[in-house]
Design a protein around this ligand. Structure first.
Ligand SMILES: NC(=O)c1ccc[n+]([C@@H]2O[C@H](COP(=O)([O-])OP(=O)(O)OC[C@H]3O[C@@H](n4cnc5c(N)ncnc54)[C@H](O)[C@@H]3O)[C@@H](O)[C@H]2O)c1
Length: 356
């Protein structure tokens, strides 16, 4: 098992990574102060893994809330129902919540934990690659409203993250590739050696070799932990984690969230951001090509449908990360080094959009 720490003073916490570690009851008991636990999961994950995790947690008084599957569950009604469930089941201030699932379950459960009785402990047991390398770490929790994704939420750190690589074996391949988009992102923004390791280990990764997966998750979590430790609330450097996302969100929004998954849109967004970095004279054409090749070899799309460039620009301006209508971009100085900037000629952005 590998262990690393997210350093946030009194809110610091460990991330445990390894195959089969979700079956070790001592990992939970270390971080839980009473014997009451509310485990929140969804139907799909419950079918696969509820029985084994319940057997691991037999020494606790376990209450299980199973949500229907899907992003559409990420709303305030689910939060209210979950809070009523906790209250009906005698979950008190000393009890803990376990978020057992992908990013959807994690975001809902974390937000419920942040608000129930003004905050109770919670642990993340992420079951998708995206959740293991991204959403379970860093403390962003929340739900969607009709006016936008993740509009309601809180920064609320878990007490521990238990990332069991075994869960990835049952993940659909498209879901797995979605997580890989975020994995590639970490190499691009912070670590050229890791990017090169990904290039060399494509077949081990795609065949879920457990040693390769443990290394991959560890390196991604290390990078996320370092960035979050420097800037927990995204006042500055944490924004680099949005590399590719501003372009990606415009693709998602203009295709009405029905053509591409988030990870696919981020993959295309990273290519657009790389193209723009090259046009700005920052990134070499050779590096731009390598980025595209790696994304393609991870079974992610590299070209998007024809979208109107003015609509695209307006959509980027509406992104919630824009400030006073100014589009802040994360661009690459090289593979492994990213920069946040609003200082670029608009023509270069428009050219990037229209040529993609
Ligand atoms: N909080 C953050 O920092 C953060 C960061 C990135 C994304 N997010 C959020 O994460 C969500 C997306 O997360 P996701 O990609 O994990 O999607 P998800 O939670 O919807 O899970 C994807 C699908 O995989 C299924 N699944 C989960 N684990 C499985 C397993 N081991 N085997 C088989 N099937 C399994 C789920 O039931 C679901 O159908 C979005 O809501 C996004 O906003 C949050």
């Amino acid at each position: 098992m590998r262990t690393l720490t997210v350093n946030l003073e009194d809110r610091s916490y460990p991330i445990y990574i390894g195959a089969g570690i979700s079956l070790k009851d001592e990992l939970y008991s270390k971080h839980i102060s009473s014997n009451k636990i509310a485990l929140i999961t969804n139907e799909e994950i419950a079918d696969l893994y509820l029985s084994e995790i319940s057997q691991t947690l037999t020494s606790f008084d376990l209450k299980v809330l199973v949500l229907p599957e899907g992003e559409s569950q990420k709303n305030l009604e689910t939060v209210q129902n979950a809070i009523e469930f906790l209250s009906d089941n005698g979950i008190d201030r000393q009890a803990s919540i376990i978020a057992f699932g992908g990013g959807v379950v994690g975001d809902i459960s974390g937000f419920v934990a942040s608000s129930y009785m003004r905050g109770i402990k919670f642990l993340q047991v992420p079951t998708t690659l995206l959740a293991q390398v991204d959403s379970s770490v860093g403390g962003k929790t929340g739900v969607n409203t009709r006016k936008g994704k993740n509009l309601i939420g809180a920064f609320y750190q878990p007490s521990a993250v238990i990332a069991d690589t075994r869960f990835l074996k049952t993940l659909e391949s498209e879901r797995f590739s979605e997580g890989l988009a975020e994995v590639i992102k970490y190499g691009l923004i912070r670590d050229r050696d890791f990017f090169e390791w990904l290039e060399v280990n494509i077949s081990e990764i795609l065949s879920l070799d457990s040693k390769a997966m443990a290394h991959l998750i560890e390196r991604c979590c290390q990078i996320k932990a370092e960035v979050v430790s420097q800037d927990e609330r995204e006042g500055s450097v944490r924004a680099i984690l949005n590399f590719g996302h501003t372009f990606g969100h415009a693709i998602e929004s203009l295709t009405e969230y029905s053509v591409y998954s988030h990870g696919e849109a981020v993959a295309m967004g990273m290519i657009m951001a790389s193209n723009m970095s090259q046009k700005m004279g920052m990134l070499s054409s050779e590096d731009t090509k390598r980025i595209k090749n790696l994304i393609e070899s991870m079974n992610l799309p590299v070209s998007s449908p024809d979208l109107d460039k003015n609509d695209f620009f307006e959509s980027m301006k509406r992104d919630k990360k824009a400030q006073d209508g100014e589009i802040r971009l994360i661009l690459l100085e090289s593979i492994g080094s990213a920069k946040i900037t609003s200082d670029y000629p608009k023509e270069v952005l428009m050219k990037t959009i229209s040529e993609y």
